[in-house]
Design a protein around this ligand. Sequence first.
Ligand code: FAD
Length: 361
Amino acid sequence: MSGDVRAEIRSVLDEIVLPHADRWERERRISPDGWRALAEAGLLSLPHEGPGFALSAVFLDELGNTGYAGVRASIGVHAYMAPAYLRMLGTEVQRAAWLRPDRVAALAITEEHAGTDLSALSTVAGKDGDAYRLTGEKWYVTNGSAADYLVVLARTRAGGTAKVLSGASLFVVDGRSPGITRHRQPTLGWRAADTCRVSFDGVVADGVLGRPDRALMHLMPALDFERLVAGLLAVGGVRHCLGVLRSFLRSHRVRGEALSANQAVRHRVADLDAQYELVRTFADRLVEDHCAGRLDTKAAAVLKLTATELAVTAAQVCVQYHGARGCLEDSVPARLHRDAMAGTIAAGASELMRDLIFESG
Ligand SMILES: Cc1cc2nc3c(=O)[nH]c(=O)nc-3n(C[C@H](O)[C@H](O)[C@H](O)COP(=O)(O)OP(=O)(O)OC[C@H]3O[C@@H](n4cnc5c(N)ncnc54)[C@H](O)[C@@H]3O)c2cc1C
């Protein structure tokens, strides 16, 4: 990918995202104007697969490098994680109806008592003639208040469990359907991500995605892709954090010397940088694999785990070396720190990634 493309993406993000991101954090969502500008710039409809995904990878890295993880999560769900289900499983009619950059997307999988363990799923979808009616409540839905459509996981067969690949189905639901209510769930980090609790009271789904009762079979490749996207966003976030850290260490003086003159400080940052280089190189390999249609569960989990955990360590160091100024609520290090914590939980907690890696042998 040429440096020009990267520079171009960065300059568009500098223009469309950075001047507004603090306001979006305060308002806890990307504004309608922001979505429009992103769509018009062509950044919400980049390729999901094939060689073209290399362009998406540059975009995701630069989006992470803006340093606003709430914004990057919101865009990641809208442009990649939720539409992946329609791209993989949707009919032509469903794709034409929903896969449009101006239709904000959300993914409603998790429930209060069903996160890592989806077999505890309690949202149900009952047959009503040819249609399905959904009843239940989803938690932590990114883009929850803005979503024009939601991809929803619900139980369709009593007795079966999602764990044994039966009894659950995926649906696409029109956000304007009667029976949907949305409540904000303000989060510690990812403040611009528009996190909501979304209730469904007899909501008629627009349609089933893929085979009824076989949701987990469909979820597995989609979750691998989700973790690739989450990992690439986190890698860009680590790069941003290290940049913030280096520039502070060079300018901040303690006992008459720049902090960067202290060898212990330099070595701490060098260790982080070395880990960043390893993770970034692994991410590049994974992008090549995905472009060639070879993304596997273990590799996606390794990237998601290592990138998001490194982001936490880097953010802790960033706060530490900023001293009290890094503890101020509206400081950049404070935001990086609270954002990094959400990254190790959303799209599958680190412990689940470790389980997947161990089980893959
Ligand atoms: C900011 C944010 C945005 C999100 N956006 C969405 C969204 O758009 N759509 C959506 O459907 N979901 C979303 N989620 C939910 C996310 O997918 C879940 O939080 C995640 O799957 C973990 O589920 P849980 O929070 O219920 O934790 P639980 O499953 O209850 O686990 C709690 C904790 O236990 C530990 N743990 C879990 N399993 C193991 C294990 N095997 N061994 C040891 N320890 C373990 C982990 O530390 C974990 O964090 C979001 C979450 C966050 C934080």
